[in-house]
Design a protein around this ligand. Structure first.
Ligand code: HSE
Length: 445
């Protein structure tokens, strides 16, 4: 396909932006653009003007003061069809209407900046192809880890490296809940309620606490890091609902802590990906990530370890990501740059199936809640031995209630497949008050 060169508009003094969606991200973007207009112009050498804003109730919404010339509308087509607008910000989220808006904007040769991880994880490469056909850009820094410029890092900063492993804490809500349980020893449900009261967790918290938000982000980062197109559903995902305060007590006894770990690891056999609560050593840099913060640790074949830390969400941190994308795209428009870097770092993505996590060999943390009686450990040890799983340690805190006794067995490194089979054999034992709970113990941290 030949790309048409975009002809720079002669003596352009400004580039115009239309923002669709004035929720958290859209409003943060608008406020930064208005408050920092002069500084942005100083950096670019030309103005980045807000020409239109679109939201469901544009008149009712409490907006920062806008010049009279700025269009306020509730109809997204007023922005997308407007010939004066060069770049459309899609900040409504979701996949249906947002997908439609982005397609229409790209077809009308407007570049798009989006914060939409769900849509970009599902249809990003198809939308990039459409952007490319129309010689415009599609930028999505804000879609993963809000305030951390991780796309720029993978797309440009360490593009010269070959990524071997990527580990992330990519969901601030889950990290807030886990680190609160760790600090206060409060039960999951009460910490979740507190997170909802503080506005960290949504009324329906499932996207965050069941790992779905994190897996969309991991799918995007895996594309950027490894050039693989992955649908989020292909990524093995477990959330944090089963974590109990006692898990932290046992993890600490093992000099570990627990985080919702997003992982992508390249080996000769393929790419292994997972989002799941995992034990990581207390000395690991990711173990120090507290509260609603996000972090990503990347190991490259040449550059070795690099680490990125910051706010994963929030109106202003995510707004910075959108505005920085806008500035990059505006420069291209201003200077008529014909060649753009794919937002996925690779011009085209491969589509290999990820390796099943059951193939990995790690030590596992197995937590049992039992109604105590004699012979439980002996029976568990027999079943584990039948599956050739060695026991590393048995941990039991002083008993408080013999009818609900949580204790832990840690294993020697074992294939996850064997661990799963053993847990299936154990699952129906009459002393269990809930199915056994397993977490991998990550090594090499
Ligand atoms: N809900 C997400 C989080 C932020 O808790 O990290 C938006 O992606």
């Amino acid at each position: 396909m030949t790309r048409e060169h975009v002809v720079p508009k002669a003596a352009r003094t400004h580039v115009s932006v239309g923002i669709i969606g004035l929720g958290n991200v859209g409003l943060g973007t608008l406020e930064i653009l208005l408050e920092s207009a002069q500084r942005i112009e100083g950096k670019l050498g030309f103005a980045l003007d807000v020409a239109a804003v679109c939201s469901r109730n544009p008149r009712q919404k409490k907006l920062p003061p806008l010049e009279g010339s700025v269009i306020r509308t509730s109809e997204w087509r007023d922005v997308v069809d407007n010939p004066e607008i060069d770049i459309v910000v899609e900040a409504i989220g979701g996949t249906a209407t947002a997908g439609h808006i982005i397609e229409e904007a790209l077809r009308r040769r407007k570049s798009v900046v989006t914060a939409n991880k769900e849509l970009m994880a599902l249809r990003g490469s198809e939308l990039w192809a459409l952007a490319s056909e129309n010689s415009v850009n599609l930028a999505m820094e804000a879609s993963v880890a809000g305030g951390i410029p991780i796309h720029t890092v993978l797309r440009e900063g360490i593009a010269g490296d070959r990524v071997l492993e990527l580990y992330g804490i990519l969901n601030g809500t889950s990290n807030f809940i886990l680190t609160e349980i760790e600090k206060s020893h409060a039960a999951f449900e009460s910490v979740l309620s507190e997170a909802q009261r503080l506005g960290y967790a949504e009324v329906d918290p499932s996207a965050d606490i069941d790992g779905l938000d994190a897996r969309s982000k991991l799918a995007i980062l895996a594309a950027l890091a490894f050039g693989e197109k992955l649908t989020p559903a292909e990524i093995y995902t477990e959330g944090i609902r089963r974590i109990m305060p006692v898990d932290f007590q046992y993890a600490h006894q093992l000099q570990h802590t627990i985080r919702l770990l997003c992982l992508a690891r390249q080996s000769d056999e393929g790419l292994l990906l997972s989002v799941r609560p995992s034990l990581i050593p207390q000395t690991a840099i990711l173990a120090h990530v507290q509260g609603a913060y996000n972090a990503i640790w990347i190991r490259g074949a040449y550059g070795d370890d690099t680490f990125y830390y910051g706010r994963g969400a929030g109106s202003k941190p995510t707004g910075v990501a959108v505005v920085s994308d806008l500035m990059r795209v505006a420069r291209e428009i201003r200077f008529g740059s014909p060649e753009r870097v794919s937002p996925f770092a690779y011009e085209s993505l491969d589509a290999h199936r990820p390796l099943p996590v059951a193939t990995q060999k790690l030590p596992y943390y197995l937590r049992f809640r039992v109604e105590d009686k004699a012979g439980i450990i002996a029976m568990l040890a027999t079943i584990l031995a039948k599956h050739e799983i060695g026991i590393d340690a048995v941990l039991q805190l002083p008993r408080e209630d013999w009818r609900d006794l949580p204790f832990v067995i840690t294993t020697e490194p074992a294939p996850e497949q064997s661990v799963r089979q053993a847990l299936l054999d154990i699952r129906d034992a009459d002393f269990l008050i809930e199915p056994p709970f397993a977490m991998p113990m990550e090594r090499g941290f």
